[in-house]
Design a protein around this ligand. Structure first.
Ligand SMILES: Cc1ncc(COP(=O)(O)O)c(C=O)c1O
Length: 473
């Protein structure tokens, strides 16, 4: 039964909550560690605890620091706890945002405006690794800051040989990731920071993934090159709470080395008929529940809890890396150093996207990366319990694909393979946009609703590609 209209009369609460339960039956099975992204789950009791904290403040609004002093207190304490983890100094400051993307957007806006004010830059650019999270490309478009890319070298590390020459008078910021999303590599932050500082250009570190796990891995004895405020050139860091902080969704942080930098992120409009308005980040109303849940989870888990979670994650990562290395035809991509990794194929008979299809058949959620093609895993503590089974299923999947080469030409393998390699990238973009927009019709939302009139992306792309190839001869 669909619910396309607002009910004439309100429905019984139990019935409505029952509906919510039913809706979830088609969702990924994250509670058993069968997916490798999107969710950072410890157990039901942890979720219940975060939900209880969320509930207490679900109506509270963090828009205005004076209105709910409880929320401002929690925000200040969260920023202070994160500053401690990231080796901030006495002037470190920051804001709780609704997620990694908001944190990344804010850094770009802040540094664009700072360069405008201090150096009258009107055609801003920022230098970011090709592996930077897509949020940075979004920020570039939203704020009209040209993204100039540092390429990957043959080992998939960010190649910074040209960085010094690339920084020019219009460069508003340099970015490094700790770690980057596609392969889990930590960029050479210390060298990048030194080059940026030498030109007085700010440097942001995207630690949306690493911020709440690398410090605990380090406490457990793993050595990483410096990537946080210990690097003098680093002027800001984003660290997500709702990833490896295991807090409820809707919470990240952005920290700056000093208030002058943070001021550039803030918005004040003193002549609004609605009153003098000041806002620290992108949102107006800010969700009190997410902040309360974040504060409460940090308090409940504590350093020992996060160290234990990080230790389990490291163990799972080690098992996966070793196991993948032992499967003939597979290799880990690049040199992942933290909690996430991707792996690809070294054997032309093993199409990695066909392997992904086989894993999906076995009930695993799979994320694919491209150029080079691979399968991605954001490993959490929960995966320690399933890592060995995953490797058994992975080895079987590779065998199946090797024995059935035609699998590379069907299903997801055909679609993703083509999407990664269609030379007309503009065509891919416009087709993805068509299908994506279609999903946002009122009352729509699911691709298959339009299936008859409007075949889904794979078929449409395939048809276009075949046409293009035919024309090309
Ligand atoms: C390195 C990195 N930065 C930023 C983000 C964006 O975070 P969010 O999805 O919370 O907006 C992600 C998400 O995976 C990420 O991996």
């Amino acid at each position: 039964m669909t619910h396309q209209h607002l009910p004439e009369t309100g429905r019984a609460p139990d019935e409505v909550l029952g509906d919510l339960k039913k809706f979830a039956s088609d969702d990924p099975d994250y509670k058993d560690g069968r997916i490798w992204s999107l969710v950072y789950h410890i157990n039901e009791a942890h979720d219940d605890f975060a939900a209880a904290a969320y509930r207490q403040y679900s109506s509270a609004n963090g828009l205005n620091p004076a209105a709910f002093q409880s929320l401002k207190r929690m925000e200040s304490e969260i920023i202070s706890m994160v500053a401690g983890l990231l080796h901030g100094g006495p002037d470190t400051c920051g804001v709780v945002t609704a997620g990694g993307t908001e944190s990344c957007l804010m850094a770009v806006k802040a540094y664009r405006d700072l360069a405008r004010k201090k150096r009258h830059v009107t055609r801003p650019n920022m230098i970011i690794p090709a592996t930077a999270h897509v949020a940075w490309f979004k920020a570039a478009r939203y704020f009209d800051v040209r993204a100039r890319l540092l390429p990957m070298d043959k080992d998939l590390n960010t190649d910074i040989r040209k960085l010094k020459r690339m920084i020019n008078q219009n460069t508003v910021m340099v970015l490094g990731s700790a770690p980057e999303y596609p392969h889990g590599t930590i960029d050479p932050i210390a060298k990048m920071g030194a080059l940026a500082a030498a030109r007085d250009v700010p440097m942001h570190v995207d630690a949306c993934v690493g911020g709440f796990i690398l410090p605990f891995m380090e406490m457990n004895g793993t050595e990483f090159p410096d990537w946080d405020f210990r690097v003098p050139g680093v002027t800001s860091i984003s660290a997500d709470l709702h990833k490896y902080g295991y807090t409820a969704k809707g919470a990240s942080t952005i920290l700056y080395r000093n208030l002058d930098l943070l001021k550039s992120q803030m918005f004040v409009y003193q002549d609004w008929p609605g009153g003098v308005f000041a806002s620290p980040a992108l949102l107006g109303t800010r969700p009190g529940g997410a902040y309360a849940a974040a504060w409460a989870v940090l308090q409940k888990v504590g350093i020992d809890g996060y160290r234990a979670l990080a230790a389990q994650t490291s163990e799972a990562v080690d098992i996966l890396k070793a196991g993948i290395g032992d499967i003939e035809g597979l290799h880990v991509l690049g040199q992942p150093q933290g909690p996430l990794l991707a792996y690809g194929s070294t054997d032309s008979k093993v199409n990695i996207f066909a392997v992904a299809d086989q894993l999906e058949k076995k009930g695993w959620g799979v994320n694919r990366v491209q150029n080079p093609n691979g399968i991605h895993a954001m490993v959490t503590a929960q995966h320690l319990a399933v890592a060995k089974q995953y490797l058994v299923d992975l080895a079987e999947s590779v065998q199946t694909v090797r024995a059935n080469p035609e699998l590379a030409k069907t299903g997801g393998a055909a679609t993703y393979g083509m999407m990664a390699h269609v030379p007309l990238r503009g065509m891919v973009k416009s087709k993805v946009l068509d299908v994506f927009a279609e999903m946002y019709r009122a009352g729509g939302g699911q691709l298959h609703l339009e299936e008859d009139k409007n075949p889904p992306l794979p078929e449409r792309l395939m048809a276009k590609y075949v046409q293009w190839r035919a024309k090309r001869g």
